[in-house]
Design a binder for this molecule. Structure first.
Ligand code: ATP
Length: 238
């Protein structure tokens, strides 16, 4: 069964329509990239899928066979969908440890939660060293790592990632994408990724969509888009 099925998704900020009927899907275990210029509507697409406040949304969004219509944002993690929003994926007043615990709030398996937390501390030793530090005082890169780890603590079937590389050093970006690829390989977590560094995102992707002015204008296997001259010129910079 298709994991995420989106049909005719429209979204408006007040009177301003940002999405004009988007169709997209994510199969279980897929890595799907959403590409497009600044302002095309990538962030809005993820926000609309998560039923974020401030947006008027219409169309059909089905996740794991059920309609998300009327489902509140805070209930999505319990259904298996986690979102790492652009730049704001942590609770700044809580410590690193408390942020991770908060990420696992939908789970009851204490031992499993503990071992997952240790796994993420192994993955990001910088977070391990800062377990008792409040998230708001972490560096940008550390906060991004924490946001990803926190979202993964809910053990999502689908992780929505909005510009995870924003503001990070190249080395950290590569480390993060290796972790995404591994998460996908070992846990089978499906990813829907919005990423400025389209070339890097495509390198771990199964499929991609190109969005322009709130509409999907192109989609296909990641390898086809990587080879497409128009896509290379417009989004890959070569
Ligand atoms: P970027 O990579 O620059 O973030 P994007 O593809 O993610 O671009 P969106 O942020 O989704 O684009 O923006 C889509 C459109 O919606 C743009 O025209 C933008 O100006 C508009 N928009 C985004 N947020 C708001 C808001 N809070 N209020 C009004 N309009 C908004």
């Amino acid at each position: 069964m298709t994991l995420l099925e989106v049909e005719r998704l429209q979204a408006s900020y007040g009177q301003v329509r940002a999405l004009h009927g988007i169709d997209l899907s994510v199969e279980p275990g897929e890595v799907v990239v959403l590409m497009g210029a600044n302002g095309a509507g990538k962030t809005t697409t993820l926000r609309a899928l998560c039923q974020m406040p401030g947006l008027t949304v219409s169309g059909s969004v089905r996740f794991d066979g059920r309609s998300l219509s009327g489902v509140r944002t805070e209930h999505l993690a319990g259904l298996g969908m986690a979102h790492v929003p652009q730049g704001r994926g942590t609770f700044p007043e809580l410590t690193v440890e408390e942020n991770l615990q908060a990420g696992a709030y939908v789970r009851r398996d204490r031992a499993g939660i503990r071992s997952d937390m240790e796994r993420w501390y192994d993955t990001f030793p910088r977070l391990s060293d800062r377990r008792a530090q409040v998230a708001g005082t972490l560096s940008g890169g550390e906060q991004q790592m924490l946001a990803v780890a926190r979202a993964c603590l809910s053990r999502p079937q689908l992780l929505l990632l909005d510009e995870p590389s924003l503001g990070l050093a190249p080395l950290v970006i590569h480390q993060l994408f290796e972790i995404f690829a591994e998460l996908n390989r070992t846990d089978g977590t499906a990813l829907l990724v919005v990423e400025q560094n389209a070339s890097l995102a495509l390198s771990i992707a199964t499929r991609a969509y190109v969005i322009e002015s709130g509409e999907i204008v192109l989609s296909g296997p990641a390898s086809d888009l990587q080879a497409d001259d128009g896509v290379r010129r417009a989004y890959l910079g070569f």
